[in-house]
Design a binder for this molecule. Structure first.
Ligand code: SF4
Length: 479
């Protein structure tokens, strides 16, 4: 159980914290639609929205279709400049009236709060995910943390309703230590929950890179001291403000690595589209280097090279496939190749989640599979590591295959089938590798669209219930 009191850094931790520099970063952020409505945006940014677009958005303001009530609007100058010549990038951050046409969806996609033993920490698999901040340098309209960023109230499993709170260092490290002590004392498995050691923690939010270096360093060192084996940092800052990865930040990472050489460090970046980092010619084609490779924006390339050159940092890209942004095999092919070329792994592409207004953003599951499959034609094996994942309440699930031919003698397969495979079970790992086969539904954008055509379901995707409330409480008590 979390104990009350102040978090006190260990000696080694304090010595590391004392080395951290905290420069200020001017991202030249334009916040909200108000500067556009009131003609107060910087001169060169004013025309980012047309007069027609603004008049529609203004009409919706303060109604139940107000787009800013759903998700605050925010952009950086760097992203604005990259978006000048790119419709997909504009769609990432530009408010669109279609967003509030259908507000169906969940305020807590995947019932994340069921996995929160202490505020701001989700404990899934052998991993912890931390909400360390509730904003980003800019806001993606399709964000699946919109309830955190918009500070909406979410229903918890015990029926109470409250905003999602941020993680606190003492509560989280107390929980990690206590959980891991119980696991160690019991031979590697938690006696009540069956979980293993909590060995990896993801700093998330929002985007941790909007925090000062000192705060990021505090989290990293405290987690390292608590015994986690690897730390991840999830960020879209490489796209929104790559200059954030400056000498002060890199030196902080180097000093952390020196103090904690056995703690792995992974940066999960988020590029949806190659226009976020490649330079374009006036005709819209990508600019090329003399050897035929594609030219990056200098700031992004410099930031990326600085991270990649530190061999102890793993860098992986993951992104959802979103309607009108990157539902384009050619763009995804260019992106996977260009990222791998500079040393960035292609981790997951995601089907959109069942967030509020998901129908405005999600492409059908089978379309997403076809897009990714098509994008990987012509790429080499090492460039095609990315899989298509859809996050079921039970855990991370791969969309493994979509077929077009009937299976002789098997009813329901007349138009082919789709095969889901469980990659990771949110509580522990017993269902990994189990599959679910459903008859095809080209319009399906969420699991419930397959409910009437399940053919085989050893994975239990269509027979699940929420996590046993007792199991979570026992876990908290035992820890
Ligand atoms: S960067 Fe990530 S968390 Fe931030 S708005 Fe975009 S999708 Fe959401």
């Amino acid at each position: 159980m979390a104990q009350t009191g102040r978090y006190v850094p260990a000696e080694r931790e304090q010595a590391f914290l004392d080395t951290i520099e905290n420069p200020k970063y001017d991202r030249e952020i334009t916040n909200g639609l108000k500067p556009f409505f009131e003609d107060k945006a910087p001169d060169d940014i004013k025309n980012f929205y047309s007069a027609d677009e603004l008049s529609i958005l203004l009409r919706l303001k303060d109604t139940d279709r107000d787009v800013e009530n759903r998700m605050p609007v925010k952009m950086t100058r760097h992203f604005f400049e990259m978006a000048q010549n790119s419709k997909p990038l504009q769609r990432i951050i530009k408010a669109n009236p279609d967003e509030t046409l259908n507000l169906q969806g969940s305020e807590d996609p995947g019932h994340q709060m069921d996995f929160a033993p202490v505020e701001g920490l989700l404990h899934k698999y052998e991993m912890g995910l931390l909400y360390v901040v509730s904003t980003c340098s800019a806001h993606c309209r399709f964000c699946y943390r919109e309830e955190l960023i918009s500070q909406k109230e979410v229903e918890r499993q015990d029926g109470t309703v409250a905003k999602k709170g941020l993680a606190k260092i003492k509560d989280v490290t107390d929980y990690v230590r206590a959980h891991n002590d119980v696991v160690t004392a019991n031979g590697g498995i938690h006696p009540q929950t069956g979980r293993e050691k909590l060995r990896e923690v993801l700093l998330s939010g929002g985007d941790p890179m909007v925090l000062p270096n000192r705060k990021i360093g505090q989290w990293m060192a405290a987690l390292a001291e608590s015994g986690v084996e690897a730390i991840r940092l999830g960020t879209k800052e490489m796209s929104f403000h790559p200059k954030r990865f400056d000498e002060a930040f890199l030196t902080m990472l180097d000093n952390f690595h020196e103090a904690y050489p056995h703690v792995g460090f992974r940066i999960m970046i988020h590029f949806n589209h190659p226009d976020e980092f490649l330079l374009k010619a006036p005709d819209g084609s990508y600019q090329k280097n003399p050897n035929g490779s594609l030219k990056w924006h200098d700031d992004t390339r410099q930031a990326m090279d600085a991270l990649v050159s530190r061999g102890w940092i793993n860098i992986e890209n993951q992104a959802p496939i979103i309607k009108g942004i990157n539902d384009d095999p050619d763009a995804l092919r260019v992106m996977q190749r260009a990222l791998y070329r500079v040393g960035v792994g292609n981790h997951y592409f995601f089907c959109g989640r069942d967030i509020v207004a998901y129908r405005a953003f999600n492409v059908p599951i089978e379309t997403a599979w076809n897009i990714l499959n098509e994008s990987q034609r012509g790429l080499s094996g090492v460039e095609t590591h990315a899989r298509l994942s859809i996050t079921h309440y039970k855990g991370k699930t791969e969309v493994s295959a979509v077929t077009s031919e009937p299976i002789p003698g098997v009813p329901g397969t007349e138009n082919g089938v789709l095969i889901f495979k469980i990659l990771r079970n949110a509580l522990d790992a017993p269902d990994r590798g189990k599959v679910c086969i459903v008859g095809r539904n080209p319009d399906a954008i969420w699991f419930d669209d397959y409910e009437d055509r399940v053919i085989f379901d050893e994975a239990g995707l269509f027979e699940y219930s929420r996590v046993d409330k007792e199991a979570v409480i026992v876990s908290q008590t035992a820890a």
